[in-house]
Design a protein around this ligand. Structure first.
Ligand SMILES: NC(=O)c1ccc[n+]([C@@H]2O[C@H](COP(=O)([O-])OP(=O)(O)OC[C@H]3O[C@@H](n4cnc5c(N)ncnc54)[C@H](O)[C@@H]3O)[C@@H](O)[C@H]2O)c1
Length: 287
């Protein structure tokens, strides 16, 4: 029997607990706030940003949104980010990706102060993760860790196959897993024999952007399979894993939708609260 890991339910629990803490902070006049910055009118990005803003408002936080036109210049976007960086009411800043092709994303991301970097994508946050220092971790990888914890899956000593080494998911997640004591093998597009890497694993995490890449030939019976992929098809959302074919083989599996996706939004809400707490500490003790 393969059981499905209910990411929506775990995410709801996390968001409710953040809402309780926000209500507590609000009683002493400190309401966390998230600023989302959306450049252009990519429909998928607009849907993601709307979902993030809704989650933030539902947690009782302030929603600061900045919409810029497709033709906005590097300097115009940078000025908006700098303005938000200096605004004490803004706890966290999220620059929605991808940006229009004429903009240099890395330089804009790096304008976000490390204590407001709720997406955990700045060079400073990546460095802090690599060194195990305090910092905000990228939302999808930390959501995967929360899912595994919520399921009571032991990470220390576990053999994990990380399929995909992308900047948003695979790379930071590899580091988080290593810090939790897992033995991690990383596979990528040049891996000659993917099954040889994934078959021995107790946990297989897939984040490649390749629809249906992983199937029964890659998974040992009883293993946990986490699918971070998201693909829009005419029959709905699907992932990087051929989930139906793993029925009766995997021990547990995350569905798409309803697995990793909702956790990403829940962790954004968590990160906004953490950013607010970190910001308040910094104000109390100037660095
Ligand atoms: N669930 C969420 O909320 C969420 C959030 C972010 C990203 N994602 C999804 O996660 C996936 C990865 O995102 P990313 O930004 O890290 O991707 P990326 O494009 O930066 O990296 C993809 C990685 O997959 C590897 N890869 C490609 N083909 C492969 C193959 N045949 N075999 C093994 N590895 C292969 C590449 O080498 C690369 O390391 C995407 O599907 C994306 O949609 C989901």
């Amino acid at each position: 029997m393969t059981s499905r890991i209910d990411g929506s339910k775990i995410a709801r629990r996390i968001r409710a607990s953040v809402a309780d803490r926000v209500a507590e902070a609000a009683r002493s006049g400190r309401v966390p706030g998230l600023a989302t910055v959306l450049v252009g009118d990519d429909p998928a990005s607009a849907v993601y940003v709307a979902a993030k803003r809704r989650a933030v408002r539902e947690a009782g936080m302030r929603d600061f949104h900045r919409q810029l036109p497709e033709r906005a210049t590097q300097l115009e976007v940078a000025t908006v980010i700098d303005d938000l960086a200096h605004n004490p009411d803004v706890s966290g800043i999220l620059l929605q990706l991808p940006l229009p092709a004429h903009l240099t994303a890395a330089a804009l991301i790096d304008r976000i102060p490390v204590a407001k970097d709720v997406d955990g994508l700045t060079t400073a946050s990546a460095g802090r993760l690599a060194r195990g220092e305090r910092g905000l971790r990228p939302c999808t990888p930390s959501g995967v860790i929360e899912l595994l914890d919520a399921e009571g899956i032991e990470l220390r000593g576990a053999c994990v196959a990380m399929v995909g080494w992308g900047e948003l998911v695979g790379r930071p997640l590899t580091q988080l897993l290593l810090r939790r004591g897992a033995t991690v093998s990383v596979a990528h597009e040049f891996t000659a024999d993917l099954a040889a890497v994934t078959r021995p694993a107790d946990i297989v995490v897939v984040a490649t952007g390749v629809r249906g890449l992983v199937g029964p030939e890659h998974v040992k019976p009883g293993a946990t399979v986490i699918d971070a992929g998201i693909h829009r098809t005419s029959s709905g959302l699907t992932g990087d894993v051929r989930a139906a074919e793993l029925d009766g083989i995997a021990g547990r599996i995350t569905p798409v939708p309803g697995g990793v996706g909702p956790m990403t939004i829940a962790m954004l809400v968590v990160n906004t609260l953490r950013a607010a707490e970190w910001g308040a500490e910094r104000q109390a003790v100037p660095a």
